[in-house]
Design a protein around this ligand. Structure first.
Ligand code: UN1
Length: 517
């Protein structure tokens, strides 16, 4: 069933300049939603509307805002299956994973509903008598949130929930190809009682969003930009916000390494590599990039890994499959380009590559492959990857994993850091010393031991370094620093002017004192 959806600003549907068809990647002929795209002016106007609404929203006591977050969680829970089916229909994420993604919104609400009753500031002793010091967390104002479509609802909730809880208004620009899922989530949020204008959803293409954002920043109607997407666009957003003396919250790509030590449980490592590399068809920013396996277990690991990949079910995302189709045609096109990075010195150990079709079939495949078919691709494992290869150095969003070898842990850590990203990482080992040495040496914001590179829990800090982000962190209590600014207050009730650093009592020590011999 195809829907017509448009941006909603201040509680009202807006007009749109053009229409974008968001299609089902399992059956690209099927339009999930006709999405009206707004222009830059609409985006900037949404930020002005949000600015207006934010004043009143900030006055609502934080515990009451926390109750709204609690209601959002309940509404999402009560609509979980519907929302998850829509996510599966629109971006091809296997249903079990889509349901997990919806669960992540509820987890985020569960965490932040209590924060409404904390949102702690501090009382701090003063250096002078009859004077008290305090800190307060103030909302920042308006957050413009621009999100990708591989996690069309969970990742946006990491921004939206804490931003709203802290007393900010939000203008949310989701990915066009995941617009119907975003629109459904918007409806659940407003059903919880958010006043008009506190949460606004704007569908727009990248160029209009950038222009609208530039205008809004110039007008002073945006105080924080949250962005999840590519490193390339992240740089542009970082530059733009920097010019306006703001620091964006940037969550970008990854080339996430998995190190396999000679002491690893190889069955566990194979299972971890399979899910890390090919779950969500390799389209998580936390997906596995390169397996860095010790030379002594390389042959055995590669053989078992290739077998597991060969046996994995790819197909209809409504069924019990490891992966469904790629998110959208533009991702399929880009992925086909990554396949051209495979060189003569590489060995593809996983079988066929490219799109699954009647002429390029896959065992047990039950997806639609006739007449152009769904955007299904063979999962690819490339052995013999070298540190100078593009396949080793650059993110390859999609179902392709490289394999390389090492001889010492130091060398493995160096290889793991070489591409210059720093989102997630993993090590398989049974030796705690290896685990902690790896943790210390790896540049990534997240480290898994004997677990997938993907699958971070919603109440730990999520975020990257290097090309994966600017050090900002989402989730849990750490994200509060993105959506609030600390304010320091001092209150002198002595009835006179006490000058800091000058009118301070001195206690003279006897610094020449020594213990008797
Ligand atoms: C992303 O791909 O942008 O840790 C986020 C994970 C998920 C989130 C991924 N919880 O894999």
């Amino acid at each position: 069933m195809s829907r017509q959806i448009v941006s909603i600003v201040g509680g009202k549907e807006t007009g749109s300049a053009t229409t974008y068809p968001s299609t089902n990647p399992a059956r690209p002929g099927e339009v999930v939603a006709h999405v009206g795209l707004a222009d830059a002016g609409t985006f900037a106007a949404a930020c002005r509307t949000a600015k207006e609404a934010q004043r009143e929203w900030a006055k609502v006591p934080a515990p009451v805002r926390g109750r709204v977050i609690a209601s959002i969680g309940r509404l999402v829970e009560a609509n979980a299956e519907r929302l998850a089916h829509l996510v599966t229909e629109e971006i091809g994420k296997p249903y079990a994973e889509a349901l997990g993604e919806v669960r992540e919104i509820v987890d985020t609400c569960d965490f932040f509903l209590g924060e409404g009753r904390r949102l702690y500031g501090q009382t701090v002793p003063s250096e002078m008598p009859a004077k008290n010091l305090f800190t307060f967390r103030n909302p920042i104002g308006v957050a413009a949130v621009v999100t990708a479509g591989n996690f069309p609802v969970a990742v946006p909730s990491w921004y939206l929930v804490p931003a709203l809880l802290c007393g900010n208004a939000v203008v949310w620009k989701p990915a066009e190809y995941a617009a119907a899922s975003a629109h459904a989530m918007y409806q659940l949020f407003v059903a919880a009682g958010l006043p008009d204008g506190v949460l606004n959803i704007v569908f727009a293409d990248g160029a209009a969003t950038y222009e609208g954002l530039e205008q809004a920043l110039g007008e002073g109607s945006v105080q924080k930009v949250g962005f999840t997407g590519s490193s390339e666009v992240g740089r542009k957003i970082g530059e733009l916000t920097g010019r306006h003396l703001q620091s964006a919250c940037l969550e970008l790509g990854g080339k996430n390494p998995m190190v396999i030590m000679p002491d690893a449980d190889l069955d566990l490592a194979v299972e971890g590599a399979l899910f890390s590399g090919f779950g969500t068809a390799g389209q998580r920013c936390t997906s596995l990039g390169t397996v860095i396996v010790h030379e002594s277990v390389h042959d055995e690991f590669v053989e078992r890994f290739a077998r597991a990949v060969g046996e994995a079910r790819i197909g209809n995302p409504e069924e019990d499959v490891l992966a469904g189709p790629l998110l959208d045609q533009k991702f399929a096109d880009r992925y086909e380009e990554y396949l051209t990075w495979i060189q003569p010195h590489h060995q593809v150990v996983s079988g066929n590559i490219g799109k699954i079709t009647e002429d390029n079939p896959r065992r047990d495949f039950d997806g639609d492959s006739a007449n152009g078919g769904g955007l299904y691709y063979h999962p690819v494992v490339v052995d013999g990857v070298r540190p100078t290869d593009r396949l080793f150095l650059e993110e390859t969003f999609g179902p392709i994993v490289g394999v390389t070898t090492f001889s010492t842990l130091d060398e493995a850590i160096e290889l793991a850091n070489l591409p210059g990203y720093g989102l997630s990482s993993s090590i398989y080992t049974t030796d705690p010393q290896h685990a902690f040495r790896f943790r210390e040496g790896i540049s990534a914001g997240m480290v898994s031991v004997n677990n997938s590179t993907s699958g971070a829990e919603a109440h730990l800090p999520f975020g990257g370094n290097g090309k994966s982000g600017n050090g900002s962190r989402q989730s849990g209590m750490w994200v509060l620093d993105q959506f609030t600014r600390w304010q320091a207050m001092n209150w002198d009730h002595s009835g006179r002017l006490q000058k800091a650093q000058m009118d301070v009592a001195e206690i003279e020590p006897d610094l020449a004192f020594r213990l008797p011999q």
